[in-house]
Design a protein around this ligand. Structure first.
Ligand SMILES: *[C@@H]1O[C@H](CO)[C@@H](O)[C@H](O)[C@H]1NC(C)=O
Ligand SMILES: [Cu+2]
Length: 140
């Protein structure tokens, strides 16, 4: 009776060890993945050209995938430009919307941390958005 009990206990140890090993590996993988996901990637909008005229920002974002926590850096000459975070309607019509509540950046080197969703940025200087200074990014 007692011997058979010990025997069956020893027999059940292998799956237990395998289970524990799997759990350890899973925890290690998770620990390795979390900091990478939180770190975020920084993108210089327009690459070397920066935030200015004569850049197709639709082409610049094409094929890129943004994740929550990624950072967009807008680099530009403050004499001429700014960065205004507008609504979808503001982007489409090239107007600052919501009026008085759209965040405006004007340091010339603005780092914007992206939340999940689709976000719209325009230059608030008259005529610049309709001239192409507009950027829409979808963030996963
Ligand atoms: C911005 O433009 C002004 C006027 O053209 C120029 O004097 C200035 O050097 C420019 N600043 C930068 C950082 O390029
Ligand atoms: Cu501008």
């Amino acid at each position: 009776m007692a011997a058979r009990g010990r025997g069956s206990a020893a027999g059940s140890r292998a799956p237990l060890v395998a289970g524990a090993t799997f759990l350890c590996v899973a925890v290690l993988l998770l620990a390795a993945a979390i900091p990478a996901a939180e770190a975020g990637t920084t993108y210089l909008v327009g690459d070397a050209a920066g935030w200015t005229h004569n850049v197709d920002y639709g082409q610049w974002v094409a094929g890129m995938t943004f994740h929550a926590g990624d950072i967009l850096v807008f680099k530009y000459n403050t004499t001429y430009h700014d960065v205004t975070w507008v609504s979808k309607g503001g982007y489409r019509k090239c107007i600052v919307s919501p009026k008085g509540r759209a965040p405006v950046y004007h340091t010339g080197y603005d780092a914007v941390t992206l939340p999940r969703g689709t976000h719209y940025f325009i230059c608030g200087a008259p005529g610049h958005c309709s001239d192409g200074m507009k950027l829409a990014v979808t963030v996963y």
